[in-house]
Design a protein around this ligand. Structure first.
Ligand code: ADP
Ligand code: MG
Length: 310
């Protein structure tokens, strides 16, 4: 049983907890609020994002009454972040590694602040304008109340429970710890394609794999697993790629679904067995096959009924 982290094991309703400026407010962007320009930039980019982190940033900025700027060329990179251009500047909002890969230059200044955030178990979101990281937002997402009981019930049923996440290792470990997944069952910093590859690897090793996820980034692995379970509140593409949908988005329904499937399957097997026994004994009996040996015969109407009820 493989779980995605953000939005699946966690509530997917993160709160913005920290706002850190790493550089001056970019003067080329006109409408920036000098006091919370990091948040304002991030929220303007995330306005079109379906990701729980993006929605949290927008909600927080709106609560603070910040004006969200017009953006062009909005683009989502699943498992990494979002980017667009604002008044001619390229603004990138996402994970530190991705922002640095894309040319963010002041890596060493940012790394220190990043480390502080992650050691508190927060997810960090980097905000980069052209090639300068201007700031960081710290986002904290609690695990779902039913996550621990779901994981421990599955483990007690003999399932091997894993967690896959695109988030950093420190945050991943703190959530895994909360929900009872051991640290050798975590894969952090994985991209959507790598998640699917991991699932494929488990299947190659002879395991039957069920993946539970909610995001665009989970769709390839939902499609590749033996059974893909999407949360009803997840993105449309995840729901589309999955075999089963947990409509109430309650994680414990994973256990219910498993129990129900096992019961239904057992019932099907029993029904087959009974039908087999009945057919082997009653149909030849109705056809009079045993008559030469036991001289027992039944009225044709009863024989018809035996055939009919097979
Ligand atoms: P998970 O696998 O736990 O569901 P994702 O793969 O969706 O997480 O995201 C992995 C990381 O990529 C996040 O922790 C975040 O740093 C970054 N990220 C992804 N999408 C966004 C976004 N819209 N805004 C900011 N950061 C993002
Ligand atoms: Mg997710």
């Amino acid at each position: 049983m493989v779980f995605d982290k953000t939005g699946t094991l966690t509530q997917g309703k993160p709160d913005v907890t920290d706002e850190i400026e790493c550089n001056d407010c970019p003067v080329n962007l006109r409408d920036l609020d000098g006091n919370s320009f990091v948040l304002q930039l991030a929220a303007s980019v995330e306005k079109n994002s379906e990701h729980p982190i993006g929605q949290a940033i927008v909600r927080y900025a709106e609560e603070r009454g910040l004006y969200l700027m017009e953006v062009d060329n909005f683009m989502v990179v699943p498992g990494r972040g979002v980017r667009c251009s604002i008044e001619g500047s390229l603004v990138t909002v996402g994970s530190f590694e991705w922002v640095i890969e894309n040319g963010g230059k002041n890596e060493s200044e940012v790394r220190n602040e990043l480390w502080k955030l992650e050691s508190l178990g927060r997810t960090s979101v980097c905000v980069c304008v052209d090639d300068v990281v201007v700031g960081l937002l710290g986002v904290s997402d609690k695990s779902k109340p039913e996550a621990y009981s779901t994981v421990s019930t599955l483990q007690s049923l003999g399932l091997d429970v894993w967690m896959l996440t695109g988030d950093n290792a420190t945050t991943a470990e703190s959530i895994a710890n909360e929900v009872g997944i051991s640290s050798n069952r975590i894969r952090a910093g994985v991209l959507p394609g790598d998640k699917a590859e991991f699932i494929e690897g488990l299947r190659k090793d002879g395991h039957v794999v069920c993946m539970v996820g909610d995001g665009i980034n989970d769709s390839p692995s939902l499609a590749r697993s033996d059974v893909g379970l999407a949360l009803g509140a997840g993105t449309e593409i995840a729901v589309e790629a999955a075999d089963m949908v947990l409509v109430r988005s309650n994680l414990f329904d994973v256990v219910v679904a498993l129990d129900l499937s096992r019961k239904v399957f057992r019932r099907i097997q029993w029904n087959f067995l009974w039908a087999l026994i009945y057919n082997i004994v009653m149909i030849p009996f109705a056809a009079g096959v045993f008559y030469p040996f036991i001289q027992l015969r039944i009225h044709p109407a009863w024989a018809g009924l035996l055939f009919f009820s097979q």
